[in-house]
Design a protein around this ligand. Structure first.
Ligand SMILES: Cc1ncc(COP(=O)(O)O)c(C=O)c1O
Length: 433
């Protein structure tokens, strides 16, 4: 059951993630407002893979946000959250025939990614001649030709969908055209970009229009994908993106005859989530000051490439909030306390995590106030592609709290050994050991 807790409890149970409901609401409302303003015929499909904390998924369902899923597991997760299949946007290369059948029958948005999916769709649709079906196709094209240096895949091109240049897309269209009770009603344009620029989205919208004309498709939606750089301090960028996309779409369509689908992940959930951590040891090696914390780089930097964060250093000591939560925990000299101003500046301090990996070093601080045992470090804007990648390495999954106004509510308990043992059936074979 969700439980209201004090901030003190969060500090006593670090590491913990905290999701700020107000920040999430602001991100979502801004995106909705931008769509309403520039292309009022829209669907927002939240990208489950970005962060699938169950509370969040339930909240988004209440907000009438579609579930954008990319595996049978995510498809069934959305259903467990209460989604009807028709309100699921089904993408990705790992769909199964049975989940495709379920999505197709429910008239869900389903964007096909590969030849095997075409084969399955032809079987399913062919076996149900009295029913009308729709599908979309994921487009693979040379984005770098128009947006040099902007994509994650770079010049070698991205790996999803049907190649426009190699005519795989045209072949897919021709192959599906044999089915009289199926319409190709959408194109899925998502591309992972480094730039997240307006130019990229203009290119995607323009390309979708061009392809629809060339292949004579009667589109009812264009799914522009996710990848927006917005949210938090950058919320106004939602307006730029949607305005830009709408301008391109208006060349051929109106909001009356075309639905714009967006699939935001990071832009909604990165900024509302923070990680609370505590300093458990401070020591000097022959070369550096090491600050050991109960967080880990694995929790907020699974790709091991970040070197800096938006962070807050929360001091312990007699004068600080943390003092009360630390009684009985801190060495006496710290409890005796130092006033905040008395802290020295250290030339360098390396903030480390709890794992045994040498590279579990989160960041190096230069000329910052000295950090001491018992202090807190809060990392902000760590909600996307972090919690969903958290490992079961050495420690288990941390707790997650929801912050609403000035209250905190526990929405996911930290995993314990019992959680780790879920699915274990080896005890049944004990006699065989
Ligand atoms: C198909 C698809 N849609 C949406 C997203 C969400 O992207 P972002 O979190 O950058 O908004 C992704 C991310 O990889 C994706 O692959």
């Amino acid at each position: 059951m969700n439980r209201v807790v004090t901030e003190k409890e969060i500090w006593e149970n670090t590491p913990s993630f905290v999701l700020d409901k107000l920040a999430l609401e602001e991100n979502l409302n801004t995106l909705k407002d931008a769509l309403q303003k520039y292309w009022p015929n829209y669907k927002i499909g939240y990208s489950y893979k970005t962060c699938a904390i169950p509370w969040l998924l339930r909240y988004l369902k209440k907000e009438k946000i579609y579930a954008e899923v990319v595996s049978p597991e995510e498809f069934y997760l959305a259903k467990r959250i209460g989604y009807e299949a028709k309100d699921i946007i089904y993408n990705g290369p790992i769909k199964t025939k049975s989940t495709i059948e379920e999505a197709l029958s429910a008239n869900a948005v389903i964007n096909l990614d590969s030849q095997r999916e075409i084969t399955w769709v032809k079987e399913i649709v062919g076996n149900n001649p009295d029913q009308q079906f729709t599908v979309g196709l994921r487009v693979n094209f040379n984005v770098e030709e128009h947006c040099e240096g902007e994509t994650v895949a770079g010049k070698k091109g991205n790996r999803f969908g049907f190649s426009y240049e190699k005519k795989a897309l045209e072949n897919a269209v021709n192959s599906l055209a044999e089915l009289k009770n199926l319409n190709i009603s959408g194109l899925h344009m998502h591309v992972s970009s480094k730039s997240r620029s307006n130019n990229l989205y203009s290119t995607l919208a323009r390309k979708a229009i061009q392809i629809a004309a060339e292949l004579n498709l009667q589109l009812s939606y264009i799914d522009i994908g996710g990848g927006f750089f917005a949210g938090g301090d950058f919320n106004s960028r939602f307006y730029d993106y949607i305005k830009n996309i709408a301008e391109e779409l208006s060349e051929k369509y109106t909001a009356k005859n075309l639905t714009l689908i967006v699939e935001p992940g990071a832009s909604l959930i990165a900024s509302p989530i923070s990680l609370y951590s505590r300093v458990i040891d401070v020591k000097d090696s022959f070369i550096e000051r090491l600050v050991v914390t109960d967080a880990s780089r694995c929790l907020i930097d699974p790709f091991m490439h970040k070197t800096s964060y938006q962070y807050e250093h929360v001091e312990s000591g007699a004068n600080s909030f943390l003092q009360s939560s630390l009684s009985g925990f801190l060495p006496n000299e710290l409890l005796a306390g130092k006033f905040l101003e008395s802290r020295q500046t250290k030339e360098t301090q390396t903030i480390c995590g709890y794992t045994c990996m040498e590279n579990d070093r989160l960041m190096q601080l230069e000329n910052e106030q000295e950090i001491k045992i018992g202090d807190g470090i809060i990392y902000h804007t760590v909600g996307s592609y972090t919690i969903c990648f958290n490992p079961l390495f050495i420690k288990y999954l941390p707790s997650v709290y929801l912050k609403k106004e000035n209250q905190f509510v526990l929405i996911r308990e930290a995993w314990k050994v019992d959680n780790f043992l879920t699915g274990d059936i080896s005890v049944e074979y004990e006699k065989d050991f």
